[in-house]
Every structure is written in C-alpha cells, then in structure tokens.
Design a protein around this ligand. Structure first.
Ligand code: ARG
Length: 308
C-alpha cells in the first residue's frame, strides 16, 4: 500500500512536473524552501517525513488516543516538526518536539535522522496548527551517535534553529530530567503526561488541535514480558501508558514529550518513540529515556561546534 503510494509519487516526479511552488505566506520558511520540488527532496527523508510527503501528494485529508484538548500555555515546550516546503503547518506536520532552549529543540532521532535540516521547519507557540505560532527553519540536525534505527535504541536528536524563538507564555523550554532526579521515587507514582498532534486512534489521521493524555509509568520488566515487548525494551527506553489500553501516544506524536511533574515543575522524562499499534491492551507506548541523554544534550548545546 505504502509502496504503491510512494511509487505514484516517484512516477509523478520522474515526469519532471513542477508539483509545488512554496507559498510566501511564511517568510522564514520560504527563505530556504526549494522553488521546484525535485525527486531528491521529496522522496528522501525519515519515515515520518516521507509519509507526510506522500500524504500531501495524494491529497489525503490530512492528518493521542483517549486524550483531551491541550492548551499551549500548559505545554509551552511543545512544537511541531513540519516539511519546510509545505506551506500549511497542519499538512506539513510529521513529528513533535520539545523546546530545550530558545535556539534548540529536542526530538526523536527516527523523525529526523534521514532528513536534511533545510527540509524541516518547526512551529512553536500554538496549539492549533495553521493558526498563530512562530516558525523557524533548522540550521543543523544532530542525531545521538548511539541511535540504532533497527532497535530504536537511543532514539533522540537535537535541532539547532536558524534564529532563536521568542520565549513567552506560549513558548518555554522544558528541563531535561537528570539521572539523579530519575532515581527519586517521589514523582513516579504521579501520572505523566504526553501531548501531540498525532492520530487519535490506530490508523487514524493527525489532528489540527493539540491533545494530551495522562499515562502511568510501566516497569521495564513487565514491558519486556513475553506477551508485551518481549525483550525489546532497552535501558535507554521507558514504557508508559495504561495496561488496559485506550490511552496512548500514536503516529504523528513521535518526537514529542513525555513529562513528569517534579516538585511542581515539568521535567522531560521521555521522547515519544515507538509502540506496536496504539493504545492496545498490554502494549503501552515506548519512549526514549531522557535522563540517560541529559548530559549528552547539555554538552552538545554548550559546545555545539564540537558536537556530532
Ligand atoms: N513512531 C510513531 C511516530 O513516528 C510514534 C508511535 C508511538 N506509539 C505508541 N503506541 N505510543 O509518530
């Protein structure tokens, strides 16, 4: 099915048709967007990026399971990663991300590992894709050097923005949970929260209005059980969800935050990474374990010229 869609796109592209000219509606985006779509910039990129491009060309009605509407003021670190040459931020959306600082975004490696920086635009400061918000082009994609695309181990990456975001009530960084904070049990009984513009059911479409869902931490042992993920959960992943199913992140939420509240302050514990389907009983969401990467991310941003 996907191969059919992909080959249709390739066919259309190989005819040499100029399929898209970017709108100048968003200046910062248009600045680096291609004027004519080429086979190379449309057909390459990470899987979520390619799926978005294919959906766009197929004119499919564009795009968190069991969640509720979320307001950006409650999750001001939430951003959308979009295809930079698709003008509508809703149609362009392919992954989530979190504001690390005014100039940096933390997201999932699988969202960006095969996608060039110039093909990504981020939208911050809004809970409605296509309305308000700040858009920024990306200068550099830094994938964690240990990322393994097969196992999804170490599924984390940083995006350096071309220009800093204006921080305010709708755009704020979230601090990364450290290894020392993770060891403190006080927060672990509290519900965690994950948020995104992803599908509201397995196989569904992304949504225009941001949603959140409360989830609970699931211990690695039971998540790795034979009837669950059967040993695929590494020390660099955390599981969170609801074992009865029904509440989960889903396609399009990847790269977005799993946050905990520590002494009333939000901390980034996870990055939406993978799962079998969405919200299935016994198969909770799998997230990158941020405390294992907090030191890497801090060092990378502090010494960005030497980071790769
Ligand atoms: N890999 C998906 C994405 O690219 C996220 C899947 C999360 N799945 C889950 N069941 N929690 O958007």
């Amino acid at each position: 099915m996907k191969t059919t869609l992909a080959s249709q796109v390739l066919l259309a592209l190989s005819t040499g048709l100029a399929l898209v000219t970017p709108s100048s509606a968003v200046d910062t985006v248009a600045a680096t967007a291609a004027t004519t779509l080429t086979k190379a910039n449309a057909a390459s990129g990470s899987a979520p990026y390619r799926e978005t491009v294919i959906r766009y060309f197929d004119r499919l009605g564009v795009k968190i399971v069991g969640g509720k509407p979320a307001r950006i003021a409650d999750y001001p670190w939430q951003v959308s990663l979009g295809v930079s040459w698709i003008a509508d931020p809703y149609q362009a959306h392919f992954c989530g991300g979190s504001v690390y600082s005014a100039g940096w975004i933390i997201t999932a490696a699988h969202c960006v590992s095969q996608t060039a920086a110039k093909d990504i635009v981020i939208t911050a400061g809004t809970d409605k894709l296509g309305q308000d918000g700040e858009r920024r082009n990306v200068r550099r994609v830094i994938v964690n050097p240990s990322y393994d695309g097969q196992s999804q181990d170490s599924d984390v990456a940083l995006l350096e923005l071309m220009a800093p975001l204006p921080l305010g009530p709708a755009i704020q960084p979230i601090s990364l949970m450290t290894a020392a904070e993770e060891a403190n049990w006080s927060w672990q009984a509290q519900p965690l929260s994950t948020v995104g513009w992803g599908a509201t059911r397995e196989g569904g479409q992304p949504v225009r209005d941001l949603r959140f869902v409360p989830v609970g931490l699931v211990d690695r042992g039971s998540c790795n059980g034979a009837l669950a993920y059967d040993g695929k959960i590494t020390e660099n992943m955390v599981c969170a969800g609801n074992s009865e199913g029904g509440q989960d992140s889903c396609q399009g939420d990847s790269g977005g935050p799993l946050s905990a509240s520590l002494a009333g302050k939000a901390k980034l514990l996870g990055v939406v990474s993978w799962g079998y389907g969405c919200a299935r009983p016994g198969l909770v969401g799998v997230y990158t374990r941020v405390p294992r990467f907090a030191a890497w991310a801090d060092a990378c941003v502090a010494q960005s010229s030497s980071c790769q």
